[in-house]
Design a binder for this molecule. Structure first.
Ligand code: LR7
Ligand code: MN
Length: 578
């Protein structure tokens, strides 16, 4: 990393080398108290002078970060594949430790320039969008706890190299009490060439929520942009995030979050038409889903922002004054989790908006586990989540509490947070569900529910087979057992036949044998997952109906609707709305 870091400095390279040498000299002089004081002062002056030069040069000079002909590992966002078996014993060890400490391939990252080039992944239309003439300036806040050095520096450089200088006021890096590795030890030196970057440190481990607050309190920009410490901002990422905020300061924006592969550091990109937005399940866990049809229709251009009910949490922009008015984050939340839904709900409920800017692409290294310690015996995710449920969910919190057996634990005092909601006269959670997330499945709200029993063969019910692994599995007929489980379905107000997060789906793609009805992840897009239940018949959007075979009780398939065929007639219980 050391090498590639210096390499990529291009014109400033020689200067940096000289500074390093001089710094080394200076350090030695400091240590050596017998040395004449004048000489030590002279060394220091020399260093300061050179530092000043670099500070002017580095952020301004157009290095070769945009040069598509640059060669080297990972350039243009390409994958770095490492044949572990070809490594020396020593390197193998490094490779393993890298994975262990970070839950990503640090060894691969260390081979890649901290200022590598990326392909311009924007849609062609994004390049001709006219932005608001008066975009606000920005403080970028990057928090970290024990981040790998090459990964953190690449995050920072990607901000410096790909943001218009006049829009980037400062970058604030908050070290949340790192205690492993050298990243935090060398950071002051590493950021010296980066004029507008500064480091703040927490005095104890605060967790990501309070670490971000530390950064936010110190920021001066009109807009705050938060990033995780393992991100890469792609060409043109900032303006599309700022534009909606310039037009309405109560809008908060998120980029398209691209996947940086945890093993190869390949920067993958999403086509503009496949953008997913944020939702949540009733465990109050964030999830992704396709942009609903109604939202696609509301927008006029493919570059228009897309409304998202929730945010993943790590990467977003918000007007600083508006963030403060909203009470920023709940400082009672520890370490990790919950803050993203808290902010999402209050944005919408208190008169703001949350949108994804489809022209802004920022990569994030998605990991399969959390690599750092969680220094507490408290279930912090539960605690954080109960805090947000108490403040924002009204009666709907019962659906979450059902899932934790109503064992709320000690979640502290939330009265200050409730005051914020009162002060801002925020809308009820029901308003949010009805207007911003009508696709959301509400366990207590459905048109029909329970078992679906065949009329022709009165003992046979529709069964989704396995509950854990039923994605893409076809449904079957099975003796009705009255125990719910795989035979418990809801007809939702979105006209899905739903079992938790799986929906009956009938399509004609390769996956489907002709006539097969499958239980698949609900996509809220109607289409293949849209059904009606009238005159006892289960009719699909394609016009066909669900039929039980008259000869094989297990065989259920789609057939042309025929009102006189009792094998197409089903009993299902209507929900009496109170
Ligand atoms: O104690 C801590 N102190 C910290 O400073 C724990 C973490 N951190 C830092 C950490 O170094 C990192 O920069 O906080 C940042 C987020 O931690 P991650 O990377 O372990 O979190 P994540 O990417 O797995 O989780 C997502 O959800 C979190 C919920 O609290 C945060 O909101 C993360 O920012 C968020 N990340 C994203 O939204 C990126 C997109 C991924 C998704 C989905
Ligand atoms: Mn992350």
């Amino acid at each position: 990393t050391e090498e590639s870091f210096i390499d990529r400095l291009g014109p400033a390279r020689a200067l940096v080398n000289r500074i390093r040498n001089a710094l080394q000299f200076q350090l030695e002089q400091h240590a050596d108290h017998d040395h004449p004081v004048e000489e030590r002062l002279k060394a220091r002056e020399q260093v300061d002078e050179m530092k000043a030069q670099v500070q002017v040069i580095a952020p301004e000079v157009n290095h070769d970060v945009k040069n598509p002909n640059k060669t080297g590992p990972g350039e243009m966002g390409s994958a770095v594949r490492i044949d572990k078996n070809a490594l020396s014993e020593e390197d193998k060890e490094k490779f393993n430790i890298g994975w262990k400490n970070n839950a990503f391939n640090q060894y691969a990252s260390d081979m890649i320039s901290v200022r590598r080039s990326l392909a311009d992944v924007r849609d062609a239309e994004c390049k001709v969008v006219k932005f608001h003439p008066n975009l606000p300036d920005t403080s970028v806040i990057i928090i970290f706890h024990n981040e790998a050095r090459s990964v953190l520096l690449r995050t920072i450089w990607s901000v410096l190299d790909r943001s218009p200088r006049h829009l980037l006021k400062e970058v604030i890096v908050v070290d949340d009490f790192s205690d492993k590795g050298d990243t935090y030890k060398t950071l002051e030196d590493d950021i010296k060439p980066m004029k507008i970057v500064r480091v703040l440190r927490t005095k104890k481990r605060e967790g990501l929520i309070r670490a971000r607050l530390v950064g936010a309190y110190d920021a001066n920009g009109t807009v705050l942009v938060f990033l995780d410490s393992h991100c890469e901002c792609a060409e043109g990422w900032l303006e599309p995030l700022l534009d909606p905020i310039a037009r309405n300061p109560k809008v908060s924006t998120i980029p398209i979050i691209e996947i940086i592969d945890d093993s190869t550091f390949e920067f993958r990109s999403t086509a503009i038409r496949n953008i997913q937005v944020g939702g949540f399940d009733w465990n109050l866990i964030y999830n992704w889903h396709n942009t609903p049809e109604r939202e696609m229709k509301r927008r006029r251009n493919r570059t228009d922002p897309i409304r998202s009910p929730t945010m993943a949490g790590g990467l977003f922009a918000i007007n600083r004054a508006w963030f403060e008015e909203l009470g920023m984050y709940d400082p009672g939340m520890d370490i990790w989790g919950g803050e993203n839904l808290e902010l999402s709900f209050k944005l919408w409920q208190c008169g703001g908006e949350l949108v994804c800017a489809p022209c802004s692409h920022v990569g994030h290294v998605f990991r399969k586990r959390s690599p750092y310690s969680w220094p507490t015996t408290v279930n912090v995710i539960k605690k954080n989540t109960v805090r947000l449920a108490e403040v924002w969910l009204d009666d709907y919190k019962k659906y979450f509490y059902e899932r934790i057996n109503f064992d709320l634990g000690d979640y502290g005092d939330v009265s200050d947070r409730i005051k914020i909601r009162e002060r801002l006269q925020c809308k009820p959670f029901k308003w949010f569900l009805d207007n911003i997330f009508p696709e959301q499945y509400i366990p207590g709200e459905s048109l029909y529910y329970g078992e679906i029993r065949n009329q022709g063969k009165i003992k046979v019910c529709i069964d989704s087979q396995s509950s854990s692994d039923d994605a893409g599995k076809s449904i079957i007929g099975f003796p009705c057992h009255g125990q719910g489980g795989n035979q418990f379905f809801l007809l939702t107000k979105m006209f899905e036949i739903r079992k938790e997060d799986k929906c009956l789906d009938f399509g004609s793609g390769k996956l489907h044998q002709e006539g097969d009805i499958r239980s698949m992840g609900c996509h809220s897009m109607k289409g293949n997952q849209m059904w009606s239940y009238e005159n006892k018949m289960l009719r699909h959007s394609s016009g066909n109906c669900i039929e039980l075979s008259s000869t094989n009780d297990r065989d259920i398939y789609m057939a042309p609707c025929n009102a006189s065929n009792t094998c197409q007639q089903w009993y299902w219980k209507k929900r009496e709305l109170n």
